[in-house]
Structures are given as C-alpha cells and as structure tokens.
Design a protein around this ligand. Structure first.
Ligand SMILES: [Zn+2]
Length: 166
C-alpha cells in the first residue's frame, strides 16, 4: 500500500492514541463540534453522526454511524436503524444532486468475514459511483491520495448537508 499524500492521517492516529486507543468511531461521537472539520463530520444527530471516510473507495464516500458502540446489527435499536436508513435515503439524494453520482453503493460490512475494517462499531457506507469509475477507484483505494480534494469535498458536502440532513 503506497501513501502519496495523507496529511490528516498523522492527526487521526495521534488523536486516537491520546484517548487510550478507544474505538475511533466512539472518539468521533464524543468529540467536540469544533473538531468536526478536522474529523470530516458532516452531520450530528443525538443518536448518530455522519462522517467522511478518511480512506475513501471513491471521492465523497461517507458513513452513517450510531453513537452507541454496537457490533451486532441485530442488537442495534430498531428505531435507530430505521432512522439511519432514512438518512441513507437523504444521503443518496445528496450524492446524486451535489456530486452528480450516477450510482451509489449503500451497505454494511458486518464483522471481519464480511470485510469490516472496524468491526467493533457498526457503520453504514454510502459510496458514490460514476459509470467507468472502476479504474479510478482502484487507484484511489491503492494509493490513498486525498489531501486537498478531501478538504474541498468536505466543504462542499458540509454546506449541502444542511439542506439534505434535516
Ligand atoms: Zn465504538
């Protein structure tokens, strides 16, 4: 895995270490609103939050994550899951209208066998797709280029999110 340019990565790891290696999603849930830009948080509800993926499969990839540290989907509060699903619908609309996504992958990777990167805390992925983007995504996934583009995309989606996530 090559790393070309990932200035946020150091901050991310340092921050995590400082908090005694607690779950990184719990750390975001507990962090201050003043850290939202640094962490890529797009929206906060009292029970969940929406955050850009620092290791995106494609530009604009974000996740909807319950505040509660929960590993098993079957144990997640059903009303909360319904609310997260509602926000997935809003998120798809935003990706189509703001980033002109032609398709969106929406999904949960439950546990290691299903490909979960952070398996101890449920997170729903929303990954915008464009026709013919496969090669591009492979490039992004294998090199983790993102710095400036990440900041621009964050600002664009953060501004838009006020219209979509409500
Ligand atoms: Zn957690």
């Amino acid at each position: 895995m090559d790393r070309l340019y990932a200035p946020w990565r150091t901050t991310y790891i340092t921050k995590n270490d400082k908090k005694n290696n607690k779950c990184i999603f719990c750390n975001i849930a507990l962090s201050n609103i003043s850290d939202d830009e640094k962490l890529g948080v797009l929206y906060r509800d009292k029970d969940f939050f929406i955050v850009m993926n620092k290791y995106p499969y494609s530009p604009g990839h974000f996740m909807i994550i319950p505040n509660k540290h929960e590993q098993n989907l079957e144990d997640l509060d059903s009303e909360l899951f319904a609310k997260i699903s509602l926000y997935a619908q809003k998120g798809v609309k935003m990706l189509k209208e703001v980033l002109n996504a032609q398709g969106v992958n929406v999904g949960l990777n439950l546990h290691k066998a299903a490909g979960a990167g952070i398996e101890e805390h449920i997170h729903m992925h929303l990954i915008p797709r464009w026709v013919g983007d496969t090669n591009f995504i492979t490039t992004i996934a294998n090199t983790r280029i993102y710095g400036t583009d990440h900041d621009k995309l964050y600002k664009k989606l953060k501004n838009a999110s006020e219209n979509y996530f409500r």
